[in-house]
Structure formats: C-alpha cells, structure tokens
Design a protein around this ligand. Sequence first.
Ligand SMILES: [Fe+2]
Length: 175
Amino acid sequence: MSFDLDQFVLDLRRAAASDTAVRTICETIEAAIADPTAIRPALPTFDDDEALLYEDDAISIWHCVYHSGATIPPHDHQMAAIIGLYVGREQNDFYEADPAGGVRKSSEVFLETGKILSIGPSAIHSVACISEISCRGFHVYLGNLTETDRWLFDVDHHQKLPFNEVNYAAMKRTA
Ligand SMILES: [Fe+2]
C-alpha cells in the first residue's frame, strides 16, 4: 500500500476530532506504518530533523529524525502523544517524581520499526536512537504543542527548566 502524506495528515486531523481520538490516532498511525519501507520514498526532503507538518488546537503532527546515538532529554508534553517509528530502534525512558527532588527513571520501553508508542498526558520521557541508522518517525500530539508551556528535566541536577529552543539545544545529546 502506498503512503500519501497529505492524506495521512487529513486522516489524523479527522481522528483527532473523533470521540475516541487517542485510539483512532493510534490505529491511523499503525495502519500507515504497517509497511515501513513505503514511507520514506513517499516523503519530501524536510529542511529540519524536527519538521512540523501540521498544528492546530486539536492536534500537532511532526516528522522527527534522531541520529544514531542521539538522546532527547527528559521532557513532558502536557497532552497525550503517540510516536510511530518507521526506521530504526528507539529506547524511551520514563521518569517519575523523585522524593529527593526532581525526577528519576522509572521504566524503559524499546520501540521497534513499524510500531507505535502511546504516551499519557502527564508522562515524562527521554528518547535515545539506539539503532546504527537514524531513527525516523511521526510524533503526534493531542493539542497545540508549540503554544503549550512544558518542561525539560535535568535528572542529575534535580532541576526542571522551561522547554525552549535554548534549553533543548543545550540538553540534547548527540552521539
Ligand atoms: Fe516526547
């Protein structure tokens, strides 16, 4: 089955408006990446590794490339999120409040090519691309992500920092 990006975005927007938005979005992404090798040839070349495809008050749709060995620092979304990976393998670490202050790691989930990961609105996670090739996926959020105040977490220093470009760039780890 061929992949059509414009149709995918329309399908996700329609899913976001349904009474069962999270479930319907999960099903939409699962179906789209069921044949992961069909996605990349059907996509344009994006200028940025993290490219915003669509955003309104109901849904934000991003295409994200994380290079091998890169780690995205712990952060929250303040809304439900669904990741669909079509190239590579990711390790997602999840965090909980640490009685000593800040947050501490509580669990980890490995995300394989062609699979999705659904994350609740209060979750805090970090993402590492653990495959030899870059990880490529769609990241979908149930709200307007760029208009939402959210946080980055410095685990070692028990600190919580505003999620902005400066803090994100300073905390992101490349290989
Ligand atoms: Fe995230």
